[in-house]
Design a protein around this ligand. Structure first.
Ligand code: C2E
Ligand code: MG
Ligand code: MG
Ligand code: MG
Length: 286
């Protein structure tokens, strides 16, 4: 490949570096194009309300069907979008798509609350409040059915500007969640300083729970902390019946993970919801 490109300067770089940066440029170009064509997709992963034993919420997770490379994971292209400034356009499309979906489900008589991931780059831009307001108005999605998931890293810098944006977002009638809780490096004090409604326990804490009798000390402590502050708590990355039973015993509010369902396209979501309700009904039948 290096030879094909020709030129002596190629020797300045190892072949790996050369390939790496070319690969990056290619992905950036393709992502730009995907955004122009609105070809990113949004999948929805159910969140189970443990009190009702019903799926009442979902998390919106972006997917990129790449023409040559197949489905690319957001773990790869979200950081790329953040570094190249494309995150704003990406975030806008996911938000718009999610709000359209909220409204579409409402029209079918389904009230599903949808949580959209927001990166620190988006939260730093005070146009975010206007954008959310505009999209809610355009799509007619009820604000109480929209949640934004922020990571702890969002709350570390420029505290007062961020707090202001968060208050203004909440004044629109939406709720705010802290994603991957427990993996950031910020002090716990921010939980009282920032307007937050929900804590999502990072899946690494649930991974230690392999049987129903395990202590799960950190998970227990995070649920107690969240409830003590009057927040709802979601357990992420639930893969086993033991983990869900454990969260139930702690009176954790929601569970999300492959055990309930992987993220699915909107067209499959209602089926997943009905299947869950049905298998529960059967389990409870005499
Ligand atoms: P996240 O927000 O913490 O989302 C949860 C991730 O865990 C998702 O990965 C989901 O598919 C995966 N997951 C769900 N249940 C399980 C389980 O039981 N076991 C395991 N091992 N994994 C599970 P995904 O979809 O690849 O997304 C990765 C990350 O990319 C997200 O982490 C989020 O930080 C980011 N992301 C996704 N969509 C967006 C978006 O629209 N905007 C922004 N800014 N970030 C996004
Ligand atoms: Mg999330
Ligand atoms: Mg998470
Ligand atoms: Mg994450």
């Amino acid at each position: 490949r290096a030879k094909q490109l020709g030129g002596d300067n190629v020797q300045l770089y190892s072949e790996d570096m050369q390939d790496g940066s070319l690969e990056r440029l290619r992905l950036e170009r393709d992502l730009r194009q995907a955004l122009q064509r609105s070809s990113l997709q949004v999948y929805y992963q159910p969140k189970l309300c443990l009190r009702l034993n019903r799926i009442t919420q979902a998390e919106a997770l972006v997917r990129w069907p790449h023409p040559q490379d197949g489905m690319i994971s957001p773990g790869i292209f979200v950081p790329l979008a953040e570094e190249t400034g494309l995150i704003w356009a990406l975030g806008e499309q996911v938000l718009y798509e999610s709000c359209c979906q909220i409204a579409a489900w409402c029209a079918q008589g389904l009230e599903i609350k949808v949580a959209v991931n927001i990166s620190a780059h988006q939260l730093r831009n005070d146009k975010l409040v206007d954008l959310v307001q505009k999209i809610l108005a355009e799509t007619q999605a009820p604000p109480h059915l929209l949640e934004l998931e922020l990571t702890e890293s969002c709350l570390m810098e420029d505290a007062s500007a961020t707090r202001d944006i968060m208050h203004r977002l909440r004044n629109l009638g939406i709720t705010l969640a802290i994603d991957d809780f427990g993996t950031g490096y910020s002090s716990l004090g921010y939980l009282q300083r920032f307007p937050v409604d929900v804590l999502k326990i990072d899946r690494c804490f649930l991974q230690e729970i392999t049987s129903d009798e395990q202590p799960g000390t950190l998970t227990r402590a995070i649920v107690a902390l969240g409830h003590g502050l009057g927040l709802h708590v979601v357990g992420e990355g639930v893969e086993t019946a033991a983990q869900i039973a454990f969260l139930r015993r702690l009176h954790c509010d929601f569970a999300q993970g492959y055990y309930i369902s992987p993220p699915v396209p909107a067209t499959e979501f209602v089926q997943v919801l009905q299947d869950w309700q049905q298998s529960r009904a059967q389990a409870l039948a005499p």
